[in-house]
Design a protein around this ligand. Structure first.
Ligand code: APR
Ligand code: ZN
Length: 261
């Protein structure tokens, strides 16, 4: 008998191969092997930094202090991070017609850099800054962060990273795309999320209600594991997705508990 992880991978590959519409729902955990710390858990960013710096009310009242933290938390990390095997396998699955949507809670742009295209960013993206006065958008590389807070080159308005702060609304396009994906998915693949943050954490239960098979990859159990997950692959995203790809793209599936493929 193969070990439980091999069995879960084989079962996951069985459903992924049969699925006509598959969504990957990714959280901070998928980028940990790229060197970006998660928000929660032992190495979590919220253990080191006060989340208030990402509260929209605090940002508007103390933009300089908030920007000092934002620069430390995000812009010092993100430049160096590159996609890991998990991002790359999802891009490969998309190219082979085995993945139709990525709904990501991450703002690190690593899915794009891995070559995925059908991506909806539930919390926006850290690569762009937006002017709160004239709404012009700027690539973060074009704006100096030497003096904080950065000002709009065009109208001197306050610039804000174009990702969702606590207390802000989720942009309507990724929100609608997430509900649409949840209603259409035969398989919904949750990778690296605690399931602690609203309203993102409503999406996997919605997919489950609509009949999707929920596959979850995480080295630890999450709020999804006991409630909505059908197949739990206990492990790191990069390692597990690499092993899943070996089954998905190599040979016809071996026996699994759902019968021979
Ligand atoms: N592979 C897969 N999962 C991992 C790995 C790994 N190598 N390392 C850690 N994890 C898991 C943790 O076990 C945890 O369940 O990733 C998850 C990280 O949890 P969070 O940091 O809470 O990330 P996420 O669920 O995406 O947070 C949602 O909270 O602060 C906000 O906007 C922020 O988008 C973020 C949202
Ligand atoms: Zn402006």
């Amino acid at each position: 008998m193969s070990n439980p992880i091999d069995q879960a991978i084989c079962d996951a590959a069985y459903f992924l191969r049969k699925s006509a519409f598959t969504t990957a729902f990714t959280g901070a955990g998928i980028s940990v092997e790229s060197g970006i710390p998660p928000f929660r858990g032992e190495e979590g960013l919220w253990n080191k930094y006060d989340p208030k710096y990402l509260d929209i009310g605090f940002f508007l009242s103390e933009p300089e202090e908030s920007w000092q933290m934002i620069k430390q938390i995000f812009f010092n990390f993100f430049g160096a991070a590159v996609p890991n095997d998990a991002h790359l396998v999802l891009a490969r699955m998309e190219r082979h017609g085995m993945l139709q949507r990525i709904i990501t809670q991450n703002i690190d742009n690593l899915h794009q850099e891995a070559g995925s295209t059908n991506i909806f960013e539930f919390h926006g993206n850290s690569k762009k800054l937006i002017c709160l006065a004239c709404f012009r958008e700027y690539h973060y590389g074009k704006i100096s962060l030497k003096t904080l807070p950065p000002r709009c080159p065009d109208c001197s308005g306050l610039l804000k990273p174009n990702f969702v702060f606590f207390g802000e609304q989720i942009p309507i396009e990724p929100l609608n795309a997430a509900y649409d994906a949840a209603s259409r998915s035969d398989v919904f693949l949750i990778i690296g999320s605690t399931g602690e943050v609203m309203p993102a954490n409503q999406i996997p239960p919605l997919a489950k209600q609509q009949g999707a098979t929920i596959i979850e990859i995480n080295p630890e159990e999450s709020l999804y594991t006991g409630r909505v997950t059908d197949i739990f692959i206990r492990g790191k995203a990069g390692e597990m997705m690499k092993r899943l790809a070996e089954v998905l793209f190599a040979t016809p599936l071996e026996n699994n508990k759902y019968g021979v493929n």
